[in-house]
Design a protein around this ligand. Structure first.
Ligand SMILES: [Zn+2]
Length: 426
């Protein structure tokens, strides 16, 4: 009898083990099968269908919720494109690994390079928007102006796609410069705001090696999440193959996120899956510092994203640590881990640096913006924008940055040597 029971237990354990192995093998096989010619590709492990109306704000840098990812699952996002020279390379790299990502495109860029937006769609990536002109500091902008930026950006990308259904109701605020009015408007439109879980600082004037280091270090710290990159940056193009290779080597899996539709219901999830570190029953919450209720009444998001390393500059904007710490605790948001690298700049014992105001600081100015480059004559007749036209965009953004005084907002940082060139040259 005992022997029979033991056999039964062993059989069940074996069945579970075999099922697990089978699932593992199937997943690996699917990855290889889905990526012909690239048997060692990273692949896309699964597609996650989300309902923006149920979860209107995601990304633990600023919000209590993030995507319901399992440990070692990563969602790649790329902002500010399309810019053919670099965006096309990013597409090629992703295709070589059969990786699907989400692109937050700028309306002006979509107008300039509509074919670039269609390439994103044709490659099967998700496409969200990132305003029309990439204004800096949306949080200081009148709501009506912010609405206009959002709406025009969506209209421009839709026009480039020629297919409204190809655009996901996903939006990322330039520079993560959140504001209640902006968030309320987007929520009313059923548009999901994507902050991020970690950055790789690829808009800054750093080497591609540093971009790789930031990406992997911060991912390792969190274990899963949304990575924010910029497909318009050459250093991102240079870092991406190594990042994807290392993700594969370290056992990370790529998740592709798409919006729910009437034909495609949202992936079933539990509320706690949308929190990066859901409260544990073993955590003595009652022992945490008591928070005055009036401070946070009605707030469902943090004033600033969590900081990272060298991402900030303006110590004068620092919030008292107790506020930031208490705010996070009050909203169930994990406290930022102290990253041992890169070294933090000291701002005083009782203050945390505020990253939001400077995480997308413009570190470099377009050479052509300073030089006032002229279009080459043989490009003048092209319908695609000439260097001068895109240069104008860079100037516009540079002027905006100079005007804003308080540093904020990212932009399609058109680096020296990275000026967009006419489409026919791509
Ligand atoms: Zn941006």
């Amino acid at each position: 009898m005992i022997g029979r029971v033991l056999v039964g237990v062993w059989t069940r354990q074996c069945a579970a083990l075999c099922l697990g192995l089978l699932t593992c093998i199937t997943a690996q096989a699917a990855s290889a099968v889905d990526c012909p010619g690239h048997p060692d590709a990273l692949g896309t492990s699964r597609t996650l269908v989300v309902d923006p109306r149920e979860h209107p704000r995601i990304g633990t840098m600023q919000y209590a919720e993030t995507l319901p990812l399992a440990d070692h699952e990563v969602v790649l996002t790329f902002d500010d494109g399309p810019l053919p020279r670099n965006s096309n390379q990013v597409l090629d790299i992703l295709a070589s690994q059969c990786v699907k990502a989400t692109f937050f495109t700028i309306g002006r860029m979509a107008q300039a390079y509509p074919e670039g937006v269609r390439k994103l769609r044709d490659a099967g990536h998700s496409i969200g928007t990132h305003t029309q002109d990439h204004p800096l500091g949306m949080k200081r902008m009148p709501v009506e102006r912010a609405r206009q930026e959002i709406d025009e950006g969506i209209a421009s990308v839709k026009a480039a796609l020629g297919d409204d259904a190809a655009l996901a109701p996903f939006f990322r605020i330039p520079g993560l410069s959140r504001a209640d009015g902006v968030e309320d408007y987007l929520a009313s439109q059923g548009i999901q705001i994507w902050s991020a879980d970690f950055l790789a600082d690829d808009w800054r004037h750093i080497s591609s090696s540093r971009v790789y280091d930031f990406a992997m270090k911060r991912l390792e710290d969190k274990g899963r999440g949304i990575l924010l990159l910029h497909d318009i940056q050459a250093r991102t193009v240079a870092a991406l193959p190594r990042i994807l290779h290392e993700l594969k080597a370290r056992g990370y899996r790529i998740v592709h996120v798409v919006p729910a539709t009437s034909e495609r219901p949202a992936t079933p999830t539990e509320p706690q899956q949308w929190q990066l570190h859901p409260p544990s029953e073993t955590v003595a919450i009652s022992h945490w510092p008591k928070i005055p209720a009036f401070v946070f009444a009605g707030a469902d998001s943090l004033p600033v994203p969590s900081l990272s390393g060298s991402d900030w500059h303006d110590g004068g904007l620092a919030l008292p640590e107790p506020f930031d710490r208490a705010s996070r605790l009050a909203h169930g948001i994990p406290l930022p881990r102290q990253a041992p690298w890169p070294p933090l700049v000291s701002v005083g014992a009782n203050a945390l640096p505020v990253p939001a105001e400077s995480i997308f600081d413009i570190q470099e100015k377009p050479r052509a913006a300073a030089q006032g480059g002229a279009p080459s004559s043989h490009h003048a007749e092209q319908t695609a924008p000439t260097v001068r036209e895109t240069d104008g965009l860079a100037k516009l953004i540079s002027a905006d940055a100079a005007d804003s005084r308080v540093i904020s907002g990212s932009l399609p940082v058109v680096e020296p040597g990275l000026l967009p060139v006419p489409v026919e040259a791509r």
